[in-house]
Design a protein around this ligand. Structure first.
Ligand code: F6R
Length: 622
């Protein structure tokens, strides 16, 4: 997590760095800091605790920090608590308590990632006379670069590559050396980093939106590569210090996609963008009335040869995987195993070339998902990445990549990316089913027509938002919520529950409805809210019975079901209907009221919807 930025050129760096950091705040907001240098004068460091506006206030929106070359950081604490002394940038020399002021050090740097062997490296540096002022792994990395730089009297690139050989873990590092005014040196392993250039200026950032206002020409620096960034010119090197050529890529999407557009929060805007995100993703996968996966390179022959599908993902992307498991097994008859990426990576699951391992990830940078992908490749499986961020590491490393077209997602709680992933997996299930002969062409056509109707149906669900707003005001002071359902409804419950708890801070759990009576039902008290998801005909009565078991123990019930299919109004206290579709695809509709419920509950509780506490958008640590 954490976001890093850098700029070198003719303009004042600090306002550009603050602007970039404002677009990376989703990656962390415990503290922020800048290091800026004016010509050959030493770098000046300013840090501030908490959200970015404190740093902007402290530097008079950057005007109080003159200089045309600088680096910046927004932090999500990993090593060391969120404090001034642990805030980045870090320096190779000593540092006062606040860490702000001119830097009498040779190296100053910012870092996103985790140095796993930092304790061992710290001991080595202590033996060589270094002292430490912070608890961070970053200070160790900066001092190790400084150590090699001085010991071997080598240039920055060689000092950095020597450091990279010693360091274990993940990093996107940006460093300034006192002897090299106007230059920034970067290194990358397993943490995102993009470098942009324009006439007379160069930029770096953890994510494209941070520099898109200034340039569309970017380089995606590879793993274990180093970059030397000068105004308008960038050179890249491998671990041996040999120069490598990287292709320049043009970013074609728009910055407007990363603005709030009149909505109060990014989350609400992104909820409303779902019809578009789903339509765009679907359109990219359908040609002449059939699902066409040629852009991914997955041919019908490959699909026919698959004997087993394993899906690995984290958080909401894992919830998409749970839903996809039901849909793929039911439509295509292929066995599907769903694993949390953080577990998958450490299990010894046998794989072979007829196993397709699918890794689903919005950011394409989630550390556990990336590790799961690499493990799957090592075990000889064929891999498919379902990813939203173009050019991200997971997208680049997978054998095949299916891009969801949700556009940039800023709110920490995912909505439109989740929906785009769901529809992509549904389309994949339809193609798999067709090529394996599990469904006819006619059935495939019907299913595709149902998928194509979903964007408009989502718009209809959004029209009902006032009811959810009203209901959320009633439940805003609830302490516990249980989301229950069976089959696909369980997958929907998992995501509904996460949407509620992560932004409202109300304790909530999702249960497969049949499991409640095996322990959890003892938690049901007078007025405990139980939300039942009831969209599957074959399971409806069973889940309703489980809800009534809760009601007879005092629970207050909300039912979520499909229009005209089932009648629950007599049994529950509050009912939400969504339009009917093929039952395999109902998650795309049923999730929307639950997203709205989480959103409005958070708003009613006066919380920071887009940046919930302790979270970050892109989880690039294990
Ligand atoms: C929850 C949420 C997270 C992510 C998870 C995986 O709203 O957004 O649970 O789904 O961190 O992230 P990606 O999809 O980027 O791998």
């Amino acid at each position: 997590m954490c976001g890093i930025v850098g700029y070198t050129g003719r303009d004042q760096a600090a306002p550009i760095l603050l602007d970039g950091l404002s677009r990376l705040e989703y990656r962390g907001y415990d503290s922020a800091g800048l290091a800026v240098r004016d010509g050959s004068a030493p770098a000046e460091v300013v840090k501030a605790l908490g959200k970015l506006y404190h740093l902007a206030d402290k530097t008079d929106q950057g005007r109080a920090l003159p200089g045309t070359c600088g680096i910046g950081h927004t932090r999500w604490a990993t090593h060391g608590d969120p404090s001034m002394v642990n805030a980045h940038p870090h320096v190779s020399g000593n540092c006062s308590g606040s860490g702000s002021g001119p830097v009498e050090s040779d190296v100053v740097g910012v870092h996103n990632g985790i140095i796993e062997n930092f304790t061992e490296l710290k001991e080595k540096l202590l033996r060589h006379g270094y002292t430490f002022y912070s608890d961070t792994d970053t200070e160790v990395a900066v001092k190790l670069v400084d150590y090699y730089y001085k010991k071997y009297k080598i240039g920055p690139v060689d000092a950095i590559t020597r450091t990279m050989v010693r360091v274990r873990g993940s990093y996107a590092l940006a460093l300034m050396f006192r002897d090299y005014p106007d230059e920034i040196f970067v290194a990358r392993k397993d943490s995102p980093l993009v470098i942009g250039t324009s006439e007379g200026a160069s930029f770096l950032a953890s994510d494209v939106p941070a520099i898109l206002k200034f340039t569309r020409q970017v380089y995606y620096i590879g793993n274990l590569q180093v970059g030397r960034i000068r105004p308008g010119e960038v050179l890249f090197y491998d671990l041996n210090g040999d120069e490598v050529q990287l292709p320049l890529t043009e970013i074609t999407w728009d910055t407007a996609a990363a603005e709030k557009d009149g909505y109060e929060h990014f989350m609400l805007k992104e909820i409303h963008e779902q019809p578009r995100a789903v339509r765009d993703t679907l359109n990219s996968l359908i040609r002449d009335g059939a699902v066409d996966l040629s852009a991914t390179g997955l041919t019908d022959d490959i699909l026919r040869g698959i004997r087993q599908i394993d899906i690995a993902a984290c958080g909401s992307a894992w919830h998409v995987s749970v839903a996809a498991q039901y849909v793929i097994e039911d439509l295509a008859g292929v066995p599907v195993r769903v694993e949390l990426a953080s577990e998958y990576r450490y299990r010894r699951i046998p794989s072979s070339p007829d196993t397709l391992v699918i890794v689903i990830s919005q950011s394409g940078e989630t550390a556990d998902s990336l590790a799961a992908l690499r493990v799957a490749k090592e075990r000889g499986a064929l891999t498919l990445a379902v990813v939203n961020v173009i050019g991200s590491t997971i997208a680049r490393e997978a054998d095949h990549t299916l891009y969801t077209l949700a556009g940039p997602e800023i709110a920490v709680a995912t909505t439109k990316a989740y929906s785009a992933q769901l529809i992509a997996m549904d389309a994949l299930a339809v193609r798999l089913a067709l090529v394996r002969g599990a469904i006819t062409e006619e059935k495939s056509g019907e299913l595709i027509a149902a998928l194509q109707a979903i964007p408009d149906q989502i718009s209809r669900v959004l029209e009902e938002k006032q009811r959810l707003q009203w209901f959320s005001s009633k439940i805003a002071n609830t302490h516990d919520i249980f989301f229950i359902g069976r089959g696909l409804d369980y997958a929907i419950s998992l995501e509904g529950s996460l949407k509620m708890k992560e932004i409202s801070y109300i304790h909530s759990e999702a249960y497969a409805a049949g499991e409640l009576k095996h322990g959890t039902i003892s938690l049901i008290e007078q007025n405990t809210l139980v939300i039942g998801v009831l969209t599957q005909s074959s399971l409806f009565e069973k889940t309703l019975s489980n809800m009534l078991e809760c009601k007879s123990r005092g629970a207050y019930l909300m039912g979520l079901t499909t229009n005209g299919n089932f009648s629950v109004e007599d049994s529950v206290n509050f009912t939400v209907y969504v339009p009917k579709t093929d039952e395999h695809f109902i998650a795309s509709l049923a999730i929307v009221p639950l997203q709205l419920l989480g959103y409005y509950t958070s708003v009613n509780r006066g919380l920071d919807v887009d940046k919930p506490r302790n979270l970050a958008k892109s989880v690039t640590v294990e």
